[in-house]
Write a protein that binds this ligand. Sequence first.
Ligand code: DX5
Ligand code: ZN
Length: 224
Amino acid sequence: MVEVVPSILSADFARLGEQIAAVEAAGARMLHVDVMDGHFVPNLTVGPPVVRSIRNVTRMILDVHFMLAEPERYIGPFVEAGADQISVHQETCPHLDRTLRLIQSEGARAGVVLNPATPVTMLEEVLELADFVLLMSVNPGFGAQQFIPRTLDKVRALDRRRRELGLRVPIEIDGGVHQHNIAEVVQAGVNWVVAGSAIFHSPDPGAAFSELQRLAREATAVRV
Ligand code: DX5
Ligand code: ZN
């Protein structure tokens, strides 16, 4: 089943609990938390204490997207704080196989993320190991950027490859997805669609989530 995954990056952090409750009440099953370090990406966000606070107020799956140099250092603290799954950028991991196994050994699901400029062929040797793949459809660091259309070709190529290998590894996409393009994204083969500004820049985040989820689920009906 396709899932829309709200990203709190665009939420009002002074009303975070309330906004999380709104999307959960609207039916969200996963919540995306962006962790940025000011080195790998030119922005800073949240650390384990915030994840712990979120963990205390929701049952949603916490999908933590690391945009960090040396991600290995932070896996333990974030899992302990309540992350259910952690994704790491291939571009930050010289020992990607080891890092994915480390996430799994800590008890979380391990995802691998690719920047827009990184080809999906870079995943070939870890496709069977990773629990999911996240394709960036914007350059990471900020919310509310323009969707990069070439990402759809990457989704289709990865979807083809997972079928050839007989794998069910979910494909997640992150960045620039709104009501006008979510159907196209889902039809290309995406399973989990992250949406930040499309949900939290709306006056009614719960309703915005529901509308995206409806459009996404309708689009699965016409997937080839
Ligand atoms: C960007 C983050 C995204 C961000 C997406 O680096 O990884 O998760 O919240 O925001 P939108 O949906 O507004 O493009
Ligand atoms: Zn993200």
